[in-house]
Design a protein around this ligand. Sequence first.
Ligand code: HEM
Length: 432
Amino acid sequence: MPSPSPTDPLTHERVHGLTVAEAGRVLATPAAYADEGLLHAALALLRREAPVHYVQADGYNPFWAVTRHDDVQAVERDHTLWLNAPRPVLRSAALDAALQERRAQGKALASLVHLDEPEHRPLRAIAADWFRPKAMRALQDRVRELARRHVDLMAEHGSTCDFARQIAAPYPLYAILALLGLPESDYPLMLRLTQQLFGHDDRDKGSPAAGTPGAHMGALEELFAYFHDLTAARRARPTGDLASCVAGARIDGRLLDDTTIASYYILIATAGHDTTSSTVAGGLEALIRHPDQLGLLRRDPGLLPTAVEEMIRWVSPVTSFMRTARADTHVRGVPIAAGESVLLSYPSANRDEDVFDEPFRFDVARDPNRHLAFGTGVHYCLGAALARMEVAALFAELLPRLESVELDGEPAWTATTFVGGLKRLPIRYRLT
Ligand code: HEM
């Protein structure tokens, strides 16, 4: 008998035998995001039995898990009722407390994802032009060159590499840092710090203290210091890049304060990084596990745009964002009190049986593909066009040169409740 597919929810519900309460707690268990079978079993159960479910998990402040596509979309689109500010992402209670203390000292991150209207809109407008199609076209040659360089790097590694760590991790960071205008000599530092910030629940990533609020705060402090200096340098001598644009931007005639600027850089450098790395690595893993789809895409490169969209849906690297109710309300008839938070599960919305035909089938020709991996509404991912371009550029470069590819060991996923995905993808390949 074939072994169960890691993404077959029914098999895994039976294997894991979860109750609804246990399934809810899976969402607040970093290690569960490193076990795709368990995660999708839990999400499928919640979608079916308790699509709006109150989760009380050790070490976390309680929240409502929202797992159906329609509900995630409805909450995101009502930004007057559902606020980002109090609790935009799921963190441990200890980290929530540490961040609250920082906020009281005026040192907390104040980026787009931490803000609501009216502050959010003008701040978003500052960088928006840099992510529009015209700016993307200007960046295209640079991204293609980076894609080529990273496929060349695979060739230099010979016939095996850890694709997640050696290729997919650096590639998108370099693209985003090029857009920001940072010197290439600082890229390795940024790579370490962004991984420490997002992979803080995972001991393989970041510092030996990973999993503690200290690891997260340490990365944050270093990033703040770096971007503080960058702001001063760009104000003194603008260099026509995104960093200079943010450093020189004014709202109501006033320059942005240091914390807001550092938060802006940090958001762009971090949001643009692990998300896209995970999609590139997870996209290749999906192609390896579905050789028919790899063959189809190689024979018909015109399918690349739908294939990229399917990789983004399949991987859904952002596991969730949160919103907090401004007033008493309901979601799918379930009463939610003012001040309570909902967790919007993108991997779940993107496997919703009511929206996707055979959601557990990886289909490079899937069309339509109404995935919510980039969110929706006023906080819709600012870098969506860039992410699509980067993923497409890498596969456009790789696929024509890839004579064969297979797994060369067990892949491993990051243990985290925020931006997840593959941290190891050992592969064996032949490139032309
Ligand atoms: C916001 C996903 C790549 C920059 C978001 C959100 C999601 C997301 C789910 C929150 C949306 C919401 O609350 O409705 C992704 C995925 C990516 C990706 C899946 C890759 C496949 C990028 C890239 C950048 C970027 C390359 C480039 C800088 C941002 C920013 C925000 C954001 C600045 C905050 C927008 C706001 O709050 O107004 N992204 N992202 N992302 N993303 Fe991305």
